[in-house]
Ligand binder design. Sequence first.
Ligand code: CMX
Length: 133
Amino acid sequence: MKVTVVDHIGIAVQSIDESLKIWEAALGIACTGVEEVEEQKVKTAFLPVGDTEIELLEGTAPDSPVTKFIEKKGEGIHHIALRVENLEETLAELKTKGIRLIDETPRYGAGGARIAFVHPKATGGILLEISER
Ligand code: CMX
């Protein structure tokens, strides 16, 4: 497997509109788009910084992973996404190494990426997204 870049850092927020007052208005990082990913029950806002992005995540349902995360831990860093060259190969390799995966096959993520999650229990408490785009 080959990790090429930190694709994005996902931040769980109560309200994207409120958070943009800090990330966009105060810090001057332009938001290039907002997208709802129905399957994940989240609304996402993208704020590119150099080769990577800040991704603001707002839950769209009470059982959204992001809504549940905020209820339990409060707003904050929700996941780190690493981009790889070949997602299927990477997942097969991680499985062989006994790493607990949430997704054994890729699914659709924001921004047209193919993604899969590694369980936080396998990574010392960090929810890891592996993405290919
Ligand atoms: N980071 C670190 N730990 C997390 C976590 C996160 N984002 N979300 C949950 N956890 C921890 C919990 O604190 C809990 O730990 P303890 O057992 O020590 O208390 C454990 O994982 C289980 O959490 P839970 O609240 O019982 O929730 P679930 O097991 O139902 O779900 C998880 C947890 C990670 C499997 C689920 O949130 C998931 O499948 N996430 C992947 C999908 C996702 O997050 N999508 C949103 C982003 C989409 C996008 O970027 O496109």
